[in-house]
Design a protein around this ligand. Structure first.
Ligand code: PMP
Length: 336
């Protein structure tokens, strides 16, 4: 077996074969700048979501869009703006904020790794400009229920832009999970972030998108470079979005793989948390660093977290996951 790359929550079941065909055709035009408006891609996204194309901006991964949001909403207040999120969560919110010299604060998740909405709201001050919520949350897999989401959308004051990062939204199956998409028309300070890197399997090409009211997006576009998403990425994202069968295949493989991984972890005596993403947060009851090292020596790359004990594993193919059998026992033995 090659390396089981379970560290970056990529789609380990592969990209739609239609993407390769579309890329082949697009290769003849690489002398021409990309479409600065990503017109066809924005139209396709807008049609799928039931919004207008002017309510969609695409970026070089949702990572770029996180940076643009910070620049658009925090940099006009030098030394004063605060970006807020939960902890643990996707580390890039903090990394990008700090790179731009924006203060960053985080409200801890509760002891079951669920969102503490009162704790988050209590941290909002007149200087808070952005609130990033990863829903489902990376690395815990926990999520906001529909009623929690509704409550949060109502409770966040208008001077704060509420960013629902739905990078893993396609994988969510909980009956009470809801995308913020439904609430978009009601609020001017709501942003949804999505990506083609996860369920659509395009991590290497870097395409993400943002949905919000046009007036808010104008502020983001004011700090965006014109050719931020290259033409091959635009073409690939269009092809991936159109291949609903491949998306369904990915979701079904991920769901089955998740059950399989949970069984293996149970057999290995490793604790895991219910997850709405394509990954599980796991804890072998011992410090994570030597466990991670042992897995790596055996061809399995997992992701460390802020916690000294917990680590994150991306759902993989059955054969890849089978390889985990026995590895935890070895990692915990005194010789290791
Ligand atoms: N948001 C979350 C919650 C993520 O986990 C990731 C990637 N790990 C991203 C955003 C960024 O994804 P990308 O830049 O590839 O679109």
């Amino acid at each position: 077996m090659g390396v089981y790359r379970a560290s970056s929550n990529e789609n380990l079941f592969g990209t739609s074969p239609k993407v390769a065909t579309a890329l082949q055709e697009a290769l003849t035009n690489t002398n021409i700048y990309p479409d600065p408006d990503a017109g066809p891609l924005r139209l396709a996204i807008a049609q799928k979501l039931g919004v207008l194309p002017v309510q969609v901006v695409v970026g070089s991964g949702s990572a770029e869009l996180i940076s643009l949001l910070l620049r658009a909403f925090c940099l006009p207040y030098p030394g004063k703006a605060i970006a807020l999120s939960a902890s643990p969560t996707y580390p890039l919110y903090q990394m990008e904020a700090e790179a731009l010299r924006v203060s960053y604060e985080a409200a801890p998740l509760n002891s079951s790794y669920e969102f503490d909405l009162q704790g988050l709201l209590a941290k909002i001050s007149p200087s808070t400009r952005l609130l990033f919520i990863s829903n489902p949350n990376n690395p815990t897999g926990s999520y906001l229920s529909r009623s929690q989401l509704e409550f949060l959308i109502q409770a966040v004051p208008p001077h704060v832009v509420l960013v629902l990062d739905e990078a893993y939204q396609e994988f969510a199956t909980a009956p009470d999970y809801a995308s913020a998409q439904e609430y978009m028309p009601q609020r001017d300070n709501l942003v949804i972030l999505r990506t083609f890197s996860k369920a659509y399997g395009l991590a290497s090409l870097r395409v993400g998108y943002m949905v919000a009211q046009e007036s808010l997006l104008q502020k983001v576009c004011a700090v965006k470079q014109p050719y931020n998403v290259n033409q091959l990425a635009q073409v690939a994202a269009l092809a991936a979005l159109a291949d609903e069968d491949h998306l369904q295949y990915t979701l079904q493989q991920t769901a089955a793989g998740k059950v399989h991984l949970q069984q293996i972890l149970d057999e290995e005596g490793v604790q895991w948390w219910p997850s709405q993403g394509n990954f599980l947060l796991a804890d072998a009851g011992v410090p994570a660093a030597p466990v991670i090292q042992h897995l790596l020596r055996n061809g399995v790359q997992v992701r460390e977290t802020k916690s000294a004990f917990a680590f994150r594993i991306t759902i993989g193919k059955k054969a890849q996951q089978e390889h985990l059998h026995g590895l935890f026992g070895q990692a915990l033995s005194p010789e290791n």
